[in-house]
Design a protein around this ligand. Sequence first.
Ligand code: SAH
Length: 215
Amino acid sequence: MVEHLQHYGVISSKKVAEVMETIDRGLFVPDGTPPYVDSPMAIGYNATISAPHMHATCLQLLEENLQPGMHALDVGSGTGYLTACFAIMVGPQGRAVGVEHIPELVASSIKNIEKSAAAPLLKEGSLSVHAGDGRQGWPECAPYDAIHVGAAAPEIPQPLIDQLKPGGRMVIPVGNIFQDLKVVDKNLDGSISVRSETSVRYVPLTSREAQLRGD
Ligand code: SAH
């Protein structure tokens, strides 16, 4: 899978290739789901695990902000795959936090991580996953060098902008039916620069009730 993504130019970073080889996607997809096909897969609760090429794209966009010792937030952490990748990249001196609003997915993501190469980081506490509304971020471990949002927001939630460190970067899909993957950089003077990376299709960042209704 990683070789395929490198061949097609999706992965150009050695570090991202390494981390995606270290964290086995096969441990994070539901039983019976083909893990290495480049497509999103249903994980229940109207949620999906993102396609490998989207995981790779987001890791590359955030690579500079996932250096050892840095703080990373993964909103809508779902299966926990990307949270585990973040934890490997920031290492034991860093902090990787996942926030997911479906408690059953939080529980299964922790089980997935426990089987993966990120298990020691979960045990030592540099990696954690919490149940909560990710639109509020996770203030306890803020400010963050990197914020990833795995579900599409109608607009960029202000608490997430507030929890970004100056010099930090957030990657977030924004829109309803038509969505753009936005790259939000907080400059050292605190001002914000936003650009669109590519068109995407994510499940909505919404309330738990609306998601379970399938709105
Ligand atoms: N990166 C994850 C993506 C999962 S899909 C993965 O690849 O496994 C998006 C996730 O966002 C879903 O699990 C959904 O339950 C969650 N989500 C949607 N709205 C949310 C909110 N307001 N707060 C926290 N999580 C949310």
